[in-house]
Design a protein around this ligand. Structure first.
Ligand SMILES: Nc1ncnc2c1ncn2[C@@H]1O[C@H](COP(=O)(O)OP(=O)(O)OP(=O)(O)O)[C@@H](O)[C@H]1O
Ligand SMILES: [Mg+2]
Length: 294
């Protein structure tokens, strides 16, 4: 291992994740934000969901954004995707001020940035069968003119990547799948679309620990194969340590700490980060529930 790498072994699947520390900071920026803010509502009923955040995500980096419920993670990810307007601040995509002012520009932007959401059930059109979902991805990436055989080959390969069997899925609707299968189908879509940036908002929230390890492995594998940047949004600071190069800690809409996973989690500076770390239950210690409010 090189001196600028650190090695982490995940307790869930024993897989080894190599962090390329210095290397990442020298890579080009793919998504940068300056003073990005979102205020919902008007007058006396305002909620500042995201409050003047600055960030810089690099090509091929796996960044975790960690914070408690309501801290603004999903709101920020929706602004990054262009699904919500930014109230104040600027977002730069691949070094240039992002311009998604027309539907055409937005479609072009979405070729480079895709998302997997917390709730996979809301991510698919209920009237589209699974092969339509996958075919749409092939068409979006310029494969509209491919032969039927080639399209089936690509869909089979994508399903295989996420341990699903294309032949068993082809005539089904997304709602006929389990939550875990649906989450895998979302990753199969990403495999076909190969965006430059993948935004994963709690992608493993609906699945058991074993499937969770598999999904995380798939995401890391995708990143290594395609060099995509992954923004991983989670409550779970322990998980973020195992998978991330960089970590941003979010509290009440602000980033209170940022650094490499080792810096933030092994030597936290902000009180909020320290609290998040101390809240991770230790498996062999009795849980202290005395502070829990009912
Ligand atoms: N459409 C909306 N209108 C008004 N307020 C909103 C809206 N969406 C989010 N909020 C508020 O913005 C704040 C941040 O919400 P957000 O969903 O971004 O949090 P989160 O960090 O993703 O939480 P969780 O971990 O529970 O998913 C919350 O106070 C929420 O109530
Ligand atoms: Mg959320």
């Amino acid at each position: 291992m090189k001196t600028n790498e650190s090695c982490v072994i995940s307790p869930e699947n024993q897989s080894v994740q190599i962090r390329h520390l210095e290397d990442i900071q020298s890579r080009p920026s793919c998504l940068r934000g300056k003073g990005v803010t979102k205020i919902f509502g008007t007058g006396g009923k305002q909620t500042v969901a995201v409050d003047h955040v600055d960030f810089d995500f690099h090509e091929g980096e796996l960044v975790s954004i960690v914070g408690e419920s309501g801290s603004g993670k999903t709101t920020l990810s929706k602004m990054l995707l262009g699904l919500l307007n930014v109230t104040e601040g600027e977002i730069f995509y691949q070094g240039k001020l992002r311009d998604i002012s027309t539907a055409k520009k937005k479609r072009e932007y979405w070729k480079g940035i895709q998302a997997i959401f917390q709730d996979p059930f809301s991510s698919f059109n209920v009237f589209n069968k699974i092969d339509t979902v996958l075919l749409d991805c092939i068409n979006m990436c310029g494969g509209r003119h491919f032969s039927k055989e080639k399209k089936i080959e690509l869909m089979t390969e994508a399903c295989c990547f996420v341990n699903l069997k294309y032949a068993e899925l082809t005539n089904k609707y997304p709602f006929e799948l389990s939550g875990g299968q649906m989450q895998r189908l979302m990753i199969a879509r990403v495999f076909l679309l190969k965006p430059k940036i993948l935004l994963a908002d709690e992608p493993t929230s609906m699945i058991d620990a074993c499937s969770r390890a598999t999904i995380l492995d798939m995401l890391l594998h995708l990143r290594d194969e395609t060099g995509m940047t992954i923004l991983f949004i989670t409550h779970d600071i322990g998980l973020s340590y195992y998978i991330s190069d960089d970590v941003y800690i979010m509290e009440h809409g602000k980033f209170v700490e940022h650094g490499t996973a080792d810096e933030v989690i092994l030597a936290p500076k902000a009180d909020y980060t320290k609290r998040l770390i101390s809240d991770v239950p230790k498996i062999y210690e009795p849980w202290d529930l005395s502070t829990v409010k009912y």
